[in-house]
Design a protein around this ligand. Structure first.
Ligand code: FE2
Length: 362
């Protein structure tokens, strides 16, 4: 039943941005990505520019529209720089489109084929939350650089800052919409509910929220969906919805095998993280048990720890990476634990609320 829309992997995330040239420098100097392919005026494409940025198995595409009426420029006007497209690799894009739309997904781009000397590249897309698209990409018959029309740039030779893969991708949706979108992933793509958090699990005075984590049949694609819950003031989800002008991607979690090394490099290149009070580290070992990493080092870098029955995890969250308090990133290192750091939710949300208060949005 759940095999009607098999997903191979995250193919890429496409960001619609105001200035892809500058964003490419931010993701390369700040986050260790390499620009591996490019499409724009110089390659004969007149409408937009796109920079393909790679690190480990992660691929980001940064795109800017070259005229005010281009859909990318329109999206940036509305949402600011944001993740507009979640691209998933499939074996058969036309089948993914047929199966998902037959089950209620709304089509955005019908099955499309592009061909050059490197083979055939197929894709299509359906609408998800807000203005976000889910794009199905079929690249098994294509050997070229990213997609037809793109020219290769630098080969991705360095290991960057050690980011390996997309661990999970979180969306914020409107009050009352979480169940509808969880059902959407279940109905149209055969995803299952992995875990459900309610406002009792995730609650401070302000930041009550509910979350359902949907995952595909392989467990490789994890998509948590948050909605705000009734609290005393404006929750972090409401702040996001206001500044993003609607639902969208809140954060991307990148997996690393060495979070201490990764975060040290990110901090050295100027990436800012949420500030966690030093008191978090008092009695940490009592709360989470024995871990391999030195607690003093984690405290120095602001890395959080959580444990469940399967093991432990280390995680950290950046400040928003746009001027609008919308998108941010997480870096996560898993030692057995497959959860999301529930034990840290309270400390984390209090840290977010301190920043929200500084922005005058609490
Ligand atoms: Fe996360």
């Amino acid at each position: 039943m759940s095999n009607f829309c098999p997903i191979k992997r995250f193919d890429h995330l496409e960001f619609y941005v105001g200035n892809a040239k500058q964003a490419a420098l931010f993701y390369s100097k700040g986050f260790g990505f390499t620009n591996t392919a490019y499409r724009g005026l110089e390659t004969g494409y007149r409408k937009a520019t796109s920079y393909v940025m790679e690190q480990g198995d992660i691929c980001l595409v940064l795109s800017t529209g070259l005229s005010p009426d281009h859909e990318i420029a329109q999206s940036v006007l509305q949402h600011g720089d944001a993740i507009a497209v979640i691209a998933l690799e499939v074996a058969d894009a036309a089948s993914a489109y047929r199966e998902s739309t037959a089950r209620g997904a709304v089509g955005a781009i019908p099955p499309t084929e592009e061909e050059d000397e490197s083979g055939v590249f197929r894709y299509c897309a359906i609408h998800a939350y807000g203005d976000t698209l889910i794009k199905f990409v079929e690249r098994s018959n294509y050997t070229g650089s990213f997609a037809p029309g793109f020219e290769p740039r630098q080969a991705s030779q360095s290991n960057g800052v050690g980011l390996k893969a997309i661990d999970h991708l979180v969306a914020n949706v409107e009050l009352g919409a979480m169940n509808r979108w969880a059902q959407f992933f279940s109905d149209t793509m055969g995803f299952d509910l992995l875990v459900h958090f309610d406002e009792q699990t995730i609650s401070t005075d302000y930041s009550a929220l509910k979350s359902k984590v949907m995952q595909d049949s392989t467990g490789k694609i994890k998509l948590p969906i948050n909605e705000p819950a009734q609290g005393k003031g404006k929750s972090q989800i409401e702040e996001y919805l206001e500044y993003n002008c609607g639902p969208g991607i809140q954060h991307v979690a990148y997996a690393t095998n060495n979070i201490i090394e990764t975060v040290s490099q990110l901090r050295a290149s100027g990436i800012e993280f949420l500030r966690i009070p030093k008191t978090y580290y008092h009695n940490l070992e009592k709360r989470v048990g024995k871990i391999d990493e030195p607690i003093e080092k984690l405290a120095e870098l602001g890395i959080l720890v959580d444990r469940d029955q399967d093991g432990y995890l280390l995680q950290i969250f950046t400040q928003p990476v746009e001027d609008r308090p919308t998108l941010f990133f997480e870096v996560i290192e898993r030692h057995g634990s497959q959860s999301f750091g529930e034990g840290n939710f309270k400390d984390l949300f209090e840290a977010i609320e301190r920043e929200q208060a500084q922005r005058g949005n609490l």
